[in-house]
Design a binder for this molecule. Structure first.
Ligand SMILES: [Zn+2]
Length: 399
């Protein structure tokens, strides 16, 4: 109806006015839009008002990203955050307490399988390809979306400003631009998959934030033993620029992942608290069925981070599948108030002869148990490929 021909055709977000306002319909006196200079968003709001008065359904022809609608309730005023994340959280299919959401698998290991084997030993890991082969990163994101992922994670896990400057000898501005490019590639992948597959409407982008240890390139990200060597203030100063940049570049949420210890998670939450609208998930790497990789109690860590209003979901990633059921069991005594994330790796071990061995073959079967034990956001990590995500999705969606 008010589709702008200059806009890309991927914008097909549907918003029901009843979903938005029906609980308070008798008190709505005025609806208006603030903090937006975007013409089509203002147009949408006018249409919203008109259709409110005529009780019609509203279809929003553009991809809602971030804007705020203020509803005037007689003399009260409420702000409604109409981000795509909010819309996503409210419109997931399924009847569980927290509807199932499918995340992606290992971006880096899929790139390695595509032939980019040199990133395995690179201090920037998959972020190296942001400068050399950005199309390959976009292709991996598309593979995961097509495999069934609702949310993919940007290739910025090891992309700190400092690391990018050091290892590819670029200026800080160029490093900033590369991190933003990581977001753009994932957003382009979502848009291209949406135009190829019109039934895939709600595809989100999470900005990957790895732990400080990942930049040290000495395996300490899986031990967390750097925490005694860096002050919390220095840790926050290291994390803050990337988090701010990812938010500015328009990610729907952050993926704070492979965090070995609670103290680093809490430092990151402090940073998020200072950035308006900043939200994300936090996943810990775990070394057994009870502890994060640094030895913190997993269940206490989850409960602490879930208390933050910035955290929309929490759980584990890059952890062997053999520990997941026990880790979920530790959460049973608590009334967990947000979705629990399970993103294990393949369980394979890298041995001294430089070969992968072992691994858990029946992850999809295990995933059914994990869902029964409370997990609702599921995906994978290292050496979990798009076809594994498809298998996982069909296993848990048919429960
Ligand atoms: Zn991993």
């Amino acid at each position: 109806m008010y589709h702008d021909d200059n806009q890309p055709p991927y914008r097909c977000h549907e918003v029901s006015i009843y979903d938005l306002f029906s609980p308070i319909q008798h008190h709505v006196s005025r609806v208006t839009l603030v903090e937006s200079n975007v013409y089509e968003q203002r147009l949408f709001c006018w249409k919203l008002l008109y259709d409110w008065s005529t009780q019609a359904m509203v279809t929003c022809p553009f991809y809602v990203h971030k804007f705020t609608v203020v509803i005037y309730l007689d003399c009260l005023q409420l702000s409604l955050d109409m981000t795509s994340l909010n819309h996503f959280l409210q419109h997931r299919p399924g009847g569980n307490q927290y509807p199932l959401t499918i995340l992606d698998g290992g971006t880096g290991t899929e790139l390695i399988r595509m032939g980019f084997t040199n990133i395995d030993d690179d201090p920037l890991f998959s972020a190296k390809l942001l400068s050399t082969n950005p199309e390959a990163i976009k292709e991996v994101h598309k593979r995961f979306y097509k495999a069934g992922s609702d949310i993919v994670v940007t290739a910025t896990y090891q992309a700190s400003i400092e690391g990018l400057q050091k290892y590819i000898e670029i200026t800080s501005q160029e490093a900033y631009d590369l991190i933003k490019k990581g977001v753009l590639l994932a957003k382009q992948a979502a848009q291209e998959v949406q135009s190829e597959c019109p039934d895939r409407k709600l595809l989100l982008v999470a900005g990957s934030v790895g732990p400080y240890g990942a930049c040290l390139h000495d395996g300490s990200e899986y031990r967390g033993d750097y925490m005694g060597k860096i002050s919390i203030d220095d840790l926050k100063a290291w994390h803050q620029p990337r988090i701010k940049l990812l938010m500015e570049a328009g990610v729907d949420l952050l993926a704070i992942e492979t965090i070995p210890c609670l103290a680093e998670a809490l430092a990151i939450i402090d940073i998020m608290n200072d950035i308006p609208g900043c939200r994300g998930w936090i996943t810990f790497s775990c070394k057994d069925g009870k502890h994060t990789c640094s030895g913190d109690n997993f269940s206490e860590s989850i409960n602490q981070v879930m208390m933050s209003k910035c955290v929309v979901a929490a759980g584990l990633n890059c952890t062997s599948p053999i520990y997941v059921t026990d880790l979920l069991d530790t959460l049973r005594p608590y009334s967990v108030v947000k979705p629990i994330i399970v993103k294990p790796n393949s369980g394979e071990m890298w041995d001294t002869s430089h070969k992968w061995h072992g691994g858990v073959k029946n992850v999809s079967e295990l995933a059914k148990v994990w869902v029964k034990n409370g997990a609702s956001w599921l995906g994978g990590c290292c050496r979990v490929y798009p076809e594994d995500i498809t298998k996982l999705k069909s296993a848990v969606m048919n429960l």
